[in-house]
Design a protein around this ligand. Structure first.
Ligand SMILES: [Zn+2]
Ligand SMILES: [Zn+2]
Length: 433
């Protein structure tokens, strides 16, 4: 075949498409117990939303976003003409900015009162070098809770995520929950400054990215994957020495809720997450199976108390997380999980010769209308070949329409497991299956 799918994307073939659908449903069912209801937003938004929400200096916005422009506007750009910034769109690189926009734009907080809790699932897009656990289009499931900064929201969200991973079959002892706090607008600036000075002082020992981060986003130097940087940053100023009393108290409460729930976690002061909008709580869940250490985060999130104001809405605190479907799948595969079989039809209707084809069509339709999954031959196969197909589809029963039986007003039904056959009357066919 000449045209192939774009690099870094994946076709979800039937077994996996079914698994993805179950995965999503398991999440929504579980999250509903915590009060989270579904919400869907477009897969593309105005570029400005991500620039303001996620931050221009972040790798995501700076390097990894797929930007889109209409054909007419592209021609204008090529001709050197101006294209308005609100005609520039980007495929969503993550779900939070769009959900927060939707809640603000639709006035959901005014309508239902705070807090509002929503869950979403769908594809996200990043222009990255494809590798195991990193695709250019990938699926995420996530939640957002807007309208309260209460630490109980952070704690129940973290617990809910861990419960989900267990529900899909990742055992607790294969996961590590990392938590940290990043402070807020009253205490983080001083920390940022201290970190920046530290990076500048150690600039010669750090990678180029980290040298650049001194100005743009010094916190990101803390989770640089370069060994030399990790070594240098181990001696960097620590957030705990800069936290204001309110942030200290908030963090302590999140941890005490986790302790009360018996949830094990590891405090990691180098955990900053990739997005600029986080304030206070951040957390990440890593697995010890299926992926190497740089790609082993299967989910994470945190608090973003300034994000809605940043994108032009009312000043509203928020908390959320996202989990990666593809990485969960890799972990589950490493744990020995098999993809589910596609659902088998309850019935296959076979014809002895061409004379029964139109009756087979009618009976199949009656069965389907009655809620019975049913298939018949669409390709004029021989009776033997029809049985082969019924076997392949794992049909539970096969109805055999022969000229003599049909003339007598009966149909033969064969149970494919026991090979037992019985005759049922044509008039009661649908209720006899
Ligand atoms: Zn570095
Ligand atoms: Zn603070």
């Amino acid at each position: 075949m000449a045209i192939k799918r774009p690099e870094g994307t994946k076709d979800l073939l039937p077994a996996e498409a079914q698994f993805w659908s179950q995965f999503r449903q398991t999440a929504f069912d579980l999250f509903a117990r915590y009060g989270y209801v579904p919400l869907e937003t477009p897969v593309f938004e105005k570029t400005e939303l991500f620039v303001r929400g996620i931050g221009e200096a972040s790798d995501v916005v700076g390097k990894e976003m797929y930007n889109a422009i209409s054909g007419g506007n592209l021609a204008k750009l090529v001709a050197g003409e101006h294209v308005r910034s609100d005609s520039r769109f980007s495929l969503r690189p993550e779900g939070t900015a769009g959900v927060v926009r939707a809640i603000a734009q639709n006035g959901l907080l005014q309508e239902g009162g705070a807090p509002i809790k929503v869950a979403y699932a769908g594809p996200m897009f990043r222009a990255e070098r494809p590798q195991n656990g990193r695709q250019r289009q990938f699926n995420q499931v996530g939640i957002e809770c807007l309208g309260t900064d209460d630490p109980s929201v952070d704690a129940e969200g973290i617990i809910m995520l861990m419960r989900f991973f267990e529900a899909i079959g990742i055992p607790q002892d294969k996961m590590t929950l990392l938590v940290n706090t990043l402070g807020d607008e009253s205490c983080r600036p001083a920390y940022r400054e201290a970190l920046k000075n530290y990076i500048v002082d150690h600039s010669a020992e750090l990678c180029e990215d980290c040298q650049r981060r001194a100005e743009t986003n010094p916190l990101r130097a803390l989770d640089c994957k370069e060994e030399a940087c990790a070594h240098v940053m181990a001696g960097a100023p620590r957030i705990e020495d800069f936290l204001c009393d309110a942030c200290k108290e908030h963090y302590a409460q999140v941890k005490s809720y986790l302790d009360a729930a018996g949830m094990a976690y590891v405090e990691d002061q180098r955990l900053v997450r990739g997005l600029d909008y986080y304030t206070r709580t951040v957390f990440e869940v890593q697995v010890s199976v299926g992926m190497d250490n740089n790609q082993n985060a299967i989910g994470g999130g945190g608090r973003y108390d300034k994000l809605m104001a940043e994108i032009g809405g009312a000043d509203t605190p928020g908390f959320g997380f996202a989990l990666g479907y593809e990485r969960c799948r890799i972990a589950l595969e490493a744990l020995g999980m098999q993809m589910p079989d596609p659902p088998a039809p309850a019935l296959y209707i076979a014809c002895v010769d061409d004379g029964q084809r139109s009756l087979a069509f009618q009976l199949a339709q009656q069965c389907r209308d009655a809620g019975i999954a049913c298939e018949f031959d669409h390709q004029n196969r021989s009776l033997k070949a029809q049985f082969k197909q019924a076997d392949k589809l794992k049909a539970l029963q096969v109805a055999i329409l022969g000229p003599d039986e049909v003339a007598a007003g009966v149909v033969k039904l064969r149970d494919m497991a026991s090979h037992e056959e019985r005759e049922v009357s044509l008039g009661e066919f649908v209720t006899s299956v």
